[in-house]
Design a protein around this ligand. Structure first.
Ligand code: HEM
Ligand SMILES: CC(C)=CCC/C(C)=C/CC/C(C)=C/COP(=O)(O)OP(=O)(O)O
Length: 324
């Protein structure tokens, strides 16, 4: 009997831990961290201090988790009404709001302390600004009131790129703001593609997401518009900023072409949920690979290989020209 009690306690404890873990919307956090890491690698020109990387990613995780937890508290009424979100820990009654709030405060305090002590104050303040922006501006002011909610609110999701840059350099630069702009411009195609698939859920709870208010056609057109600005923006890192080189350029070109193709197809089939789903899933892969491209491009080894290739090519061309 005692053994059975211990095992039940153990199971209950694991369920509680799992509920708190779910409050943080953990599936979104890795991509936020990937943008932070991409930014850090460019800032450090391929030589990131491993300790700083770990501290920044852990601090960033805790900040994003705090932000998502407060969002879960604030949105518990609409989360309860929507099929997709009904099983979240607060609407399903597994975690009480005031416990969730204490959890979020603890996460934010740990995040701030880690970043301020082991990275720098600017990185810590930016992470806290991310939490405040996501809660106060996006969740409170915009989400339930304007179809432009995620355009402006998307700035919160772009802040991790600034945190990464600040952690390495202690300042912000044009390149940092360009990375911010890339995530900012990527967010409308990312989210509206999903919103086209789950429009009915948002309509039911009166959240004025663009497809609910303006319809599928107008949303697909807006997605196309943001895609056409996003792709050129990714090349600003090469010219005029010269923060990335040819490897990143090739990756950005291939990834961007596929993005444009998918957005074009959606624009011409705005009611096709399969097309919307394809763009949504691709948007995630796109951001992952684009940031991976930034990392690979910044590595000293990549520079050695591209320099060696360029000089061999140079030699071959000069030999051919001379022999003529
Ligand atoms: C205002 C901006 C954004 C909104 C409104 C938004 C909204 C959403 C929603 C509703 C989902 C579905 C999640 C679910 O089913 O629980 C989702 C998925 C996702 N979002 Fe976003 N998102 C935004 C920005 C971002 C940013 C900036 C990132 C990272 C850079 C991101 C990464 C992801 C990922 C990785 C998923 C897939 C999660 C999974 O596997 O289920 N999102 N997003
Ligand atoms: C630096 C820092 C801490 C930045 C915070 C970044 C952050 C938490 C971005 C999250 C963006 C996101 C996934 C919004 C979901 O919106 P939603 O709440 O409308 O989604 P839902 O409909 O699934 O609830």
């Amino acid at each position: 009997m005692i053994g059975a009690d211990v095992s039940r306690h153990h199971q209950n404890f694991l369920q509680v831990v799992h509920s708190y873990y779910q409050l943080t919307k953990p599936r979104i956090i890795p991509l936020l961290l990937i943008t932070t890491a991409g930014s850090m690698w460019i800032a450090a020109q391929g030589r990131v201090d491993p300790k700083l990387l770990v501290v920044t990613l852990v601090g960033g995780t805790f900040a994003a988790a705090a932000a998502q937890t407060v969002n879960c508290i604030y949105d518990r009424d609409i989360d309860y009404a929507m099929e997709r979100t009904r099983h979240r820990p607060i609407p399903s009654g597994r975690v009480q709001s005031h416990h969730a709030l204490l959890f979020a405060i603890a996460l934010a305090v740990i995040s701030f302390s880690l970043l301020a002590i082991f990275a720098n104050l600017l990185a810590a303040l930016l992470a806290m600004a991310g939490i405040v922006f996501y809660i106060a501006i996006y969740t409170h002011f915009l989400k339930r009131h304007t179809p432009q909610n995620i355009v402006i609110g998307g700035a919160a999701g772009a802040i991790p790129a600034l945190v990464g840059w600040a952690a390495v350099t202690g300042t912000l630069s044009w390149t940092a703001w360009t990375l911010f702009a890339i995530v900012f411009l990527w967010t409308p195609p990312h989210f509206w593609a999903l919103a086209l698939m789950i429009r009915e859920d948002y309509a039911k709870v009166g959240v004025p997401m663009l497809p609910v208010v303006a319809g599928d056609e107008a949303t697909a057109k807006q997605i196309w518009f943001y895609t056409l600005i996003l792709i050129p923006a990714t090349f600003l890192l090469i010219y005029p900023l010269q923060s990335c080189g040819s490897i990143y350029g090739a990756i950005a070109l291939i990834l961007g072409s596929i993005f444009v193709q998918k957005a074009w197809l959606l624009w011409h089939n705005p009611t096709c949920k399969t097309q919307a789903r394809s763009l949504f899933l691709y948007s995630i892969l796109y951001m992952m690979l684009l940031c991976a491209g930034m990392v690979v491009d910044s590595l000293p080894f990549t520079h050695q290989v591209t320099n060696a290739l360029a000089s061999s090519l140079n030699t071959i061309i000069s030999t051919i020209l001379i022999s003529r």
